[in-house]
Design a protein around this ligand. Structure first.
Ligand code: C2E
Ligand code: CA
Ligand code: CA
Length: 726
């Protein structure tokens, strides 16, 4: 505005030069003002046209005598429409009162230039729109008459940008003050110049306690340095934005972790004028992350490292060995017959025992070493920086002794023994998997040869492990190329000697080794998912075969088939739908299918077992409890499983030594089954006397070489309906 006013004050003092002829109409009032314009202004046209603003020359009554083309452009009126009219024409109704006041003001000081610039000032255009303007009014004295030169500046774009700036400011204020994220501004010396509500809430101080201070009051003393360092780094231009985590000290004394993003604001010369901090309380987030990473790396039962963490420690140890040399050892501690504890005392006691064993190992070893729960009843231990390989062996024996001390758990005294596999490690074996395989091979060797002791790994064990692995590969291949087939062993009614069913047993016809028995390859397959494929194969084959047995006979006399299920299979969710599909595809009546499970299958997850049994029961498929007498046989448990058939294990039928005690055992088992209304089946009958005795004891069914070993499919049909011995 100043330049506008200066310019007009300057003009006001000039004498107007002679004008060269009238060009702009005459006033409506018809006074001689028109002639003034005609006389004087003609030569000023150029001057007024050169102004960047609209211009109008007004007489004392406010009648327009001249306008320049800027004004006509601004307002939309032509010159003819303006000249001779009162300036009121251009004043919007809402400004008329103000205009009157302004005129009164001017009249008190008629010779002064007057600048009228207000937020809402505008001219009324021809199309009734309003245009934001500022006015500068300059008095002119010509021939004793007073004139006013009005300069009218279009300031619509300036007002718009002023409004925009105000808007931005407002938005910024709201965004800053009401932001959920705590924020602070500090000056170049790092003194607080502004904080928002969220920040005050986060640190528990109010604005007055913070403004003008540095961050010391709300920073944990140990972390004050962090703020200072970042401040220095920014001032020196080393960093342009920094993100860091710092511990804050709330007014109430609580310590919180805060993630801070500090950015400098610079002026045009690049100097830092202030700093903006955006902060985030990450206390809970960090606690959660710590907990999650703990969970991801630790065993939930014992709190020990898990496999992943152990693997990591092992690779660190390996790097150290390679650099500095020395001897480390990896121990795999396996609990002997831990399954027995679970079966006898239940899982709760089993879990407690595992935790107690873990604690004993921890207490007996160095805190810097790593102990990991590796599998259900196995622990891995990494012993670092040993004096010699002998030290690892001493450690293993010590651990075996420590674990062998009786435990008292839930009021029960439990003795638990351990065997240990040891790998002496000098850094030459690099691979985690290989180390684990080796230590596992050593433990297997210990369990096989000298349970309750330790065995140090030797390459020959590796060979055995490699062989085992090779055998799995070979089995997989055998399955794919059709070397596996099902054979069937007849089940006889001991009263009539008639064949009533068959047990399906898997056989591997090895191109070089001949028949490989399932005792060799089923446990192998059970160590991987291969067992699921083998199991479905056995089911599919047996169901399809059995559907054709005794065609033409009434269904009540047609033989049933029993199929062995391993625990993986039994707990596989796909089992029931798969059996349903196989039954409907083959047409086998569901009551002619019996699944053989062992007690250990059922013990893995009782609730889940019951659900599966329930579904099978609804299907009409029966259950036979296999190898009865070898596991932990609880009566309540047996009643819950409610199998159609109980298969008495061969060890009762063919005991190592004939004895009265064995006789009583067999009798007891058979009478037990009878009382529970379950059909008893004796396995492994090889002699006539065994057969006769079982029949006498009231055992209903039997299997064994006395009748027949398992035979290939082609020989089954000849046995259907057969009566042995007839
Ligand atoms: P199991 O279920 O207890 O099967 C009975 C085993 O005893 C069979 O051995 C059978 O041939 C054998 N046997 C039958 N009668 C006599 C006898 O009078 N005297 C003697 N000494 N043995 C007799 P096999 O076929 O070698 O099967 C061994 C084990 O392999 C089976 O024990 C079963 O646990 C498993 N198995 C076999 N086939 C399958 C299958 O398809 N799936 C699953 N999951 N396991 C199977
Ligand atoms: Ca069986
Ligand atoms: Ca059996």
């Amino acid at each position: 505005m100043t330049d506008l006013s200066n310019r007009h004050s300057a003009t006001s003092r000039r004498k107007l030069p002679q004008a060269g002829g009238a060009r702009w109409g005459t006033s409506e009032s018809g006074d001689d003002a028109g002639s003034f314009v005609a006389q004087h202004l003609g030569s000023w046209e150029q001057l007024l046209e050169a102004l960047p603003d609209g211009a109008a020359l007004l007489d004392e009554r406010g009648v327009i005598h001249f306008t320049n083309s800027h004004l006509t452009k601004m307002t939309g009126y032509s010159r003819d429409e303006l000249v001779g009219r009162s300036v009121q024409l251009l004043v919007p109704p809402h400004l008329r009162a103000k205009q009157t006041l302004a005129r009164r003001e001017r009249s008190r000081n008629p010779n002064a230039s007057f600048i009228w610039s207000e937020e809402d000032l505008s001219v009324l255009c021809k199309d009734a729109s309003e245009l934001a303007v500022d006015f500068a009014l300059s008095p002119l004295e010509v021939d004793g008459r007073s004139w006013t030169l009005a300069a009218i500046r279009d300031c619509s774009s300036r007002r718009a940008s002023e409004r925009a700036r105000a808007d931005v400011e407002l938005r910024f204020r709201v965004a800053f003050e009401k932001n959920m994220a705590p924020m602070t501004f500090t000056d170049a010396d790092d003194r607080i110049i502004a904080v928002n509500d969220a920040f005050c809430q986060m640190v528990g101080f109010n604005r007055a306690e913070l403004l003008g201070r540095d961050s010391t009051p709300f920073t944990l003393p140990e972390d004050v340095g962090i703020t200072e360092e970042t401040h220095q780094r920014m001032l020196s231009g080393e960093a342009d934005q920094e993100r860091y985590v710092k511990r804050y000290l709330r007014k109430d004394g609580r310590v919180i972790d805060v993630e801070v993003l500090r950015s400098p604001a610079r002026d045009e010369a690049g100097r830092i004028v202030y700093f903006v901090f955006s902060e985030r309380d990450v206390t809970e987030e960090r606690a959660l992350a710590a907990q999650l990473s703990h969970q991801a790396l630790h065993d939930p039962l014992t709190g020990l490292a898990n496999r992943a963490l152990f693997e990591d420690r092992l690779s660190q140890a390996h790097a150290r060995l390679v650099r500095h040399g020395g001897v480390d050892a990896v121990l795999l501690i396996g609990l002997d017959d831990f399954k027995g504890v679970n079966e006898t005392h239940g899982h709760f006691v089993g879990d407690q025992l595992l935790t107690s064993v873990a604690n004993r190992i921890v207490e007996a070893t160095r805190a810097t070493d790593t102990l990991c729960r590796f599998a259900g009843d196995e622990f891995l231990y990494l012993a670092e920086n040993l004096e010699s390989p002998a030290e690892a062996e001493l450690l293993a024996e010590r651990l075996i002794r420590v674990i062998a001390e009786p435990f008292a758990i839930a009021g029960t005294r439990i003795e638990q023994h351990a065997s240990i596999g040891v790998v002496i490690w000098d850094g030459s074996s690099t691979n985690f998997e290989e180390t684990i395989q080796n230590v596992d091979a050593a433990l297997r060797e210990a369990k096989r040869r000298i349970p309750g002791h330790h065995v140090v790994f030797t390459p020959s064990m590796h060979q055995r492990a490699v062989n085992r692995f090779a055998l799995i590969q070979e089995l997989r291949h055998a399955f794919q190329v059709g070397q596996l087939e099902m054979h069937y062993q007849p089940i006889a009614d001991l009263k009539t000697s008639e064949v009533v069913g068959f047990e399906a047993l898997m056989r591997w016809r090895h191109p070089e080794k001949g028949w490989v028995p399932p005792n060799v390859f089923i446990p192998l397959a059970e160590q991987s998912d291969l067992i699921l494929e083998l199991g479905s194969f056995a089911l599919r084959e047996a169901i399809a075969e059995a559907s054709s047995w005794g065609r033409g006979q009434s269904s009540s006399t047609r033989p049933y088939v029993t199929v062995n299920l391993s625990s993986h299979q039994f707990l596989d969710r796909g089992l029931v739908p798969m059996i349903k599909r196989m039954l409907s595809e083959s047409g086998l009546e569901s009551d002619r299918l019996i699944l053989e499970i062992t007690e250990s299958v059922a013990l893995i997850d009782i609730a889940e077992t019951m659900t599966v049994l329930d579904h099978l029961n609804q299907l009409g498929v029966g259950i036979a409890l296999d190898d009865f007498g070898t596991g932990f046989s609880s009566l309540s448990y047996l009643a819950a499983l409610n199998p159609r058939i109980i298969k008495i294990d061969q060890s009762f039928v063919r005991p190592a030594r004939e004895s009265v005690r064995n006789d009583t055992l067999l009798e007891t088992i058979i009478s037990l089954g009878q009382k529970l209304h379950m059909t008893m089946l004796a396995e492994g009958i090889e002699t006539k006397s065994q057969f006769a005795r079982l029949r006498r004891l009231g055992c209903e069914l039997g299997q064994g070489y006395l009748f027949s070993a398992a035979v290939p499919t082609s020989e089954v049909e000849a046995m259907v309906g057969l009566v042995f011995g007839s």
